[in-house]
Design a protein around this ligand. Structure first.
Ligand code: HEC
Ligand code: HEC
Ligand code: HEC
Ligand code: HEC
Ligand code: HEC
Ligand code: HEC
Ligand code: HEC
Ligand code: HEC
Ligand code: HEC
Ligand code: HEC
Length: 308
């Protein structure tokens, strides 16, 4: 009963500016919601979406509660109910939730090609990762802290970041989003644009790695071709590895011989190196640590065989 009294008090006082927008379009303004949704309302001033209410400069369909939930006149007149509010997230398909958020966020997201991302295709959409009303992190309104959020669905990755050598994500020095864009990615410049694994790309579709490892960016006069065509991950396991240099294989030689095994067409000779040859005697331990001689393994500006 008390609720109803407050409700009418609000409708007649604070509701006034909203009705100025025109009674027929069905928007009643956010103040009206306060009486029946006090818990949501009380936290909302901290929300970045409150700005539209505070400024009062946006059109009603882009302001406050109704910016997401739609015109609420019918909902208020019916005194509530999920079916009466045009956009009740509990009743919406993932695609419709996505569309609702993209009504305003498509500009930030377009570069990420969110509609074609693996997450969207798997029906992991905005409100799976973000919580508007009960965020765990005020910044970015995440439903959980980032590690908990991502590990919640990618449990296997957690084990990878617990390996002897790894990027220090679990320790809090970096996060998944230093390398990945959960919203999707534009075509990368490597691997012929295939299977980008949501790895974020910088200028010209370059790999996220070179933002930090700038010395690997090149261009080099003599570049190790694998770098640009296959990406850093052909040789490295960025999540974690038993090799101190995060190599995909336990030792350098096993890695190199995957491509340079004489069977392919690598090397200027067209055949790559042989396991027994005048220049490389694999029986001699001296030759097994390839990067002792091929020192600038990522590329060199001085030597085509990466000796210096
Ligand atoms: C940016 C979009 C957005 C805005 C703005 C917004 N909501 Fe929501 N609302 C949601 C989403 C998404 C959910 C689904 C639950 C979730 O993800 O937090 C939701 C859920 C709700 C619920 C269901 C109960 C609950 O807590 O889950 C109520 C009630 C509600 N909103 C009321 C409001 C009111 C009142 C306002 C204005 C003060 C408002 N909303 C502003 C997006 C929004
Ligand atoms: C007269 C009271 C009343 C007013 C005013 C009111 N609501 Fe509600 N609202 C309710 C009730 C009751 C429910 C149903 C709660 C439930 O089912 O748990 C509800 C449910 C909702 C839901 C949840 C839908 C879902 O996902 O299930 C949203 C969103 C919502 N209201 C938004 C709003 C917004 C936005 C306003 C202001 C424009 C508003 N409400 C004003 C009473 C009200
Ligand atoms: C009516 C337009 C509108 C809609 C619809 C909308 N947003 Fe927003 N959103 C904004 C604005 C404006 C900001 C604040 C940007 C700023 O702070 O300058 C914002 C901020 C955010 C932020 C915080 C960004 C940060 O830097 O912390 C997140 C996360 C977000 N929105 C997610 C969502 C989600 C999820 C939905 C759908 C449930 C949604 N938004 C729907 C307009 C909207
Ligand atoms: C798989 C989880 C996930 C999904 C799905 C997701 N987000 Fe995010 N979003 C994040 C994370 C994590 C961040 C924080 C990024 C960072 O740390 O730099 C973020 C950041 C944001 C930001 C602020 C920074 C920016 O990139 O602009 C906005 C706005 C945003 N998300 C909106 C949305 C909207 C709208 C949708 C749906 C169309 C969506 N997100 C879907 C996880 C997700
Ligand atoms: C240092 C950069 C980096 C960080 C940090 C990182 N990733 Fe990755 N991740 C990659 C790269 C590069 C690939 C592609 C590997 C490939 O295709 O061989 C990848 C692949 C993946 C894949 C798909 C392949 C698989 O192993 O299942 C998932 C899922 C994934 N990452 C999740 C995460 C999560 C969750 C986090 C944070 C806890 C994270 N990543 C942090 C670089 C990173
Ligand atoms: C609600 C569950 C869920 C959450 C939360 C989630 N993901 Fe995913 N993610 C998936 C599903 C489902 C797929 C697609 C199937 C697969 O590859 O496992 C996927 C795929 C991926 C891939 C591989 C993409 C590809 O093209 O192969 C990466 C990378 C990834 N997620 C990173 C993240 C990161 C980073 C976060 C946290 C910001 C996150 N995910 C949060 C469910 C989730
Ligand atoms: C946000 C910055 C950042 C990004 C992005 C990043 N790294 Fe790293 N990386 C580091 C730091 C810092 C270290 C030093 C190890 C530590 O203490 O965490 C490191 C260590 C490494 C090492 C081992 C280096 C050594 O000295 O033994 C390799 C290999 C590596 N990263 C490769 C990659 C690859 C491949 C990618 C892209 C998939 C990548 N990194 C993305 C910051 C980054
Ligand atoms: C052809 C295989 C290969 C590719 C592709 C590759 N790396 Fe490496 N990388 C190596 C090897 C082998 C080592 C270890 C060198 C040694 O023995 O000290 C290494 C070492 C590193 C190190 C630690 C030592 C140092 O030189 O700083 C970093 C960081 C690194 N790589 C980053 C990257 C990044 C970033 C990319 C992509 C731009 C990349 N790597 C691509 C093979 C590769
Ligand atoms: C993913 C495949 C791949 C891996 C792994 C790989 N390489 Fe290469 N490497 C190539 C390709 C492709 C070329 C370019 C061959 C060409 O131009 O004919 C190349 C070129 C070279 C060259 C220059 C050859 C020349 O003809 O001048 C050397 C030296 C070399 N690699 C050494 C190594 C060493 C040492 C390792 C191990 C640390 C390694 N590579 C790992 C693919 C790979
Ligand atoms: C002791 C120094 C040394 C070590 C260790 C070494 N190489 Fe070489 N590598 C050379 C020299 C010298 C050449 C140039 C040979 C020539 O011009 O015929 C060469 C050339 C190459 C070439 C180019 C082949 C071609 O046909 O021109 C490849 C590929 C290569 N090495 C890969 C490897 C791999 C893989 C390993 C580790 C298994 C390795 N090297 C270990 C000294 C070394």
């Amino acid at each position: 009963m008390l609720r109803l009294v407050i409700f009418f008090a609000i409708l007649t006082s604070a509701g006034a500016p909203a009705s100025a927008a025109g009674p027929t379009d069905g928007y009643v303004g956010s103040n009206v919601c306060k009486a029946c949704h006090p818990d949501v309302w009380l936290n909302f001033y901290k929300n970045p979406h409150f700005k539209s209410i505070a400024s009062g400069k946006e059109a009603p369909e882009r302001t406050g509660c109704e910016g997401c939930h739609g015109p609420a006149k019918g909902h208020v007149e019916a005194r509530g109910g999920s079916k009466t509010i045009p956009r009740a997230f509990s009743l919406m398909t993932p695609r419709r939730q996505l569309d609702t958020c993209l009504a305003c966020h498509s500009k930030d997201m377009s570069r990420g090609e969110i509609r074609r991302s693996t997450h969207t295709e798997s029906e992991v959409v905005c409100s799976t990762c973000h919580s508007i009303h009960k965020p765990r992190t005020p910044k970015f309104l995440l439903a959980k802290t980032q590690n908990d959020l991502c590990y919640g669905c990618h449990n296997a990755v957690k084990a990878q970041f617990s390996m002897p050598f790894k990027h220090r994500v679990n320790e809090g020095f970096m996060s998944c989003t230093d390398c990945h864009n959960p919203h999707g990615t534009s075509s990368p410049s490597w691997r012929m644009g295939a299977r980008p694994r949501l790895t974020s790309t910088g200028h010209d579709g370059e790999q996220s790695c070179v933002r930090c490892h700038t010395d690997k960016r090149g261009p080099f006069a003599f570049e190790h071709a694998a770098l640009r065509t296959d990406g850093c991950e052909t040789c490295h396991s960025p999540h974690g590895s038993t090799n101190p240099r995060l190599l995909r294989r336990p030792t350098v030689i096993t890695l190199c011989l995957e491509c340079h095994n004489g069977a392919g067409t690598f090397g200027r000779s067209g055949t790559g190196i042989q396991t027994q040859s005048s220049t490389h005697n694999m029986a001699d331990p001296r030759y097994q640590n390839c990067t002792v001689c091929h020192l600038r393994i990522h590329g060199s500006n001085a030597d085509p065989r990466f000796f210096r």
